[in-house]
Design a binder for this molecule. Structure first.
Ligand SMILES: [Zn+2]
Ligand SMILES: [Zn+2]
Length: 435
């Protein structure tokens, strides 16, 4: 008698953050992602260092780990698994970027005097324990199991992860985007496998669409122009992976006539992009844009950035740390300047506070921003319509909704059920048994 397929939600169930899903079938177990939750403010994390940072621990024997992409909410705790001699599968660019993000995680934990989430030396073990796999190549990883990655269009190296155990076909989407962006072509719908057994799909924007991207780009460039032409500076807190590079390209393509600087981890990640020409939509455009952008290489150079009107693209994207804390105290008190947020601002992050209350704490001091604050939607996630396209094209027996706020997931679940799909929305710790 055929056994049931089981999925255990270790994290990333009805939340965005610390994704971790354990799939068991036919005597084998695979883990999709093992990330950190990054939306806790510093005070809270100091008091309760392990309260809700991590996914649930893995008690079972696992055959392998499949990492969808480098973002910390998916990759953050992977090095902990190298303790257990666990072997991981990921795109080569994911390995390169993850190593940078893992080192930074340790650095931040050190600064905040928190316990390290994994021993430092585990990052060095990553090469030994990783099988790097490119797109569109099916690989056999056990007697009965195959994996294949397809371009997920979300960030450099992001994968739709196909897993077939004993002919049960599962797709774990990780984060994905179908629509093209400046940097990536997006998911190629023609390449999707049909009639899956299980589709585990992200639900971040399961209740809404994104604004028109071209219009949003124009609004960004024009807003930057308004500020600098009035003698001000724009600080654009941006994610290191993807968003920093994309903003540089947008400003370059629009022939932005003022200096554009990049500071923080975005610089390091930009160098990785240059090693993967085939994984970028228009490599020569990206290369030119990055060359045109002035990289801030030392604290001394930072002083120059704000001496005349300019735009500075800098980490962290939700303002949880990084060089944005050099720029902010310099610009906040003048209405000629601006803070332009360019990514999703998770609840309780300083970025969200800036957006909602126009205030931020720097060294325990509350700064009330006179500088203009605007938010732009350059999302690298699928909107609602594209989530539906993914479900319809894959046409699975079971849809499992992950990586979304609980309210959003309830809405998406209802709407998919109206279309006749069998939909599951597990909570943290739940084990789904799928016939
Ligand atoms: Zn992501
Ligand atoms: Zn994510």
């Amino acid at each position: 008698m055929a056994e049931n397929l089981k999925i255990k939600a270790l994290g990333g169930a009805r939340e965005v953050g610390r994704s971790g899903f354990l799939v068991s079938y036919s005597g084998e177990k695979y883990l999709f992602d093992y990330g950190l939750k990054i939306n806790i403010d510093v005070i809270e994390s100091l008091e309760y260092p392990e309260r809700q940072f991590y996914p649930l621990p893995i008690r079972e024997n696992v055959n392998g780990v499949i990492l969808s992409h480098a973002h910390l909410d998916h990759s953050g705790l992977i090095p902990k698994l190298f303790d257990k001699d666990l072997f991981s599968y990921m795109h080569p660019a994911t390995l390169d970027i993850s190593k940078i993000l893992w080192k930074d995680t340790i650095k931040i934990a050190d600064l905040n005097k928190e316990k390290f989430p994994f021993p430092k030396e585990n990052i060095r073990k990553a090469d030994k324990y990783t099988f790097a796999l490119g797109y569109d190549k099916e690989v056999q990883i056990s007697d009965k199991t195959f994996i294949e990655f397809k371009d997920a269009g979300h960030i450099l190296g992001s994968c739709l992860c196909y897993l077939s155990i004993d002919n049960k076909k599962i797709l774990y989407t990780g984060d994905f985007k179908i629509e093209e962006t400046n940097l990536h072509k997006g998911v190629d719908l023609r390449k999707l496998e049909r009639n899956l057994n299980v589709l585990m799909i992200e639900s971040t924007y399961g209740d809404r669409e994104h604004p028109d991207r071209n219009k949003e780009e124009k609004r960004f460039v024009e807003s930057c122009l308004d500020v600098v032409e009035n003698g001000g500076n724009v600080v654009a807190p941006s994610f290191a992976v993807g968003r920093s590079q994309e903003l540089a390209e947008i400003l370059y393509r629009h022939k932005f006539p003022y200096p554009v600087y990049m500071d923080g981890m975005g610089k390091t990640v930009s160098n990785i992009f240059l090693n993967y020409p085939k994984s970028v939509k228009d490599f020569s455009m990206l290369k030119k844009s990055l060359k045109h952008t002035i990289m801030v290489e030392s604290p001394r150079e930072r002083n120059k950035v704000l001496k005349s009107p300019s735009v500075v693209i800098t980490t962290a994207g939700m303002m949880q740390g990084g060089p944005v804390y050099y720029y902010l105290p310099e610009i906040y008190d003048n209405e000629r300047n601006a803070v332009f947020l360019t990514g999703f601002q998770v609840e309780k992050t300083p970025g969200r506070q800036v957006l909602e209350k126009k205030e931020i704490f720097v060294d325990d001091q509350r700064l009330k921003l006179k500088a203009d604050v605007k938010k732009f939607d350059f999302s690298a996630h699928a909107g609602k319509k594209d989530l539906f396209s993914m479900v319809k094209k894959s046409n699975p027996e079971h849809v499992v909704l992950v990586h979304g706020d609980s309210k959003v997931i309830d809405i998406l679940k209802k709407d998919l059920e109206k279309e006749g799909f069998k939909v599951h929305a597990p909570y943290q710790g739940d084990v789904l048994t799928l016939k």
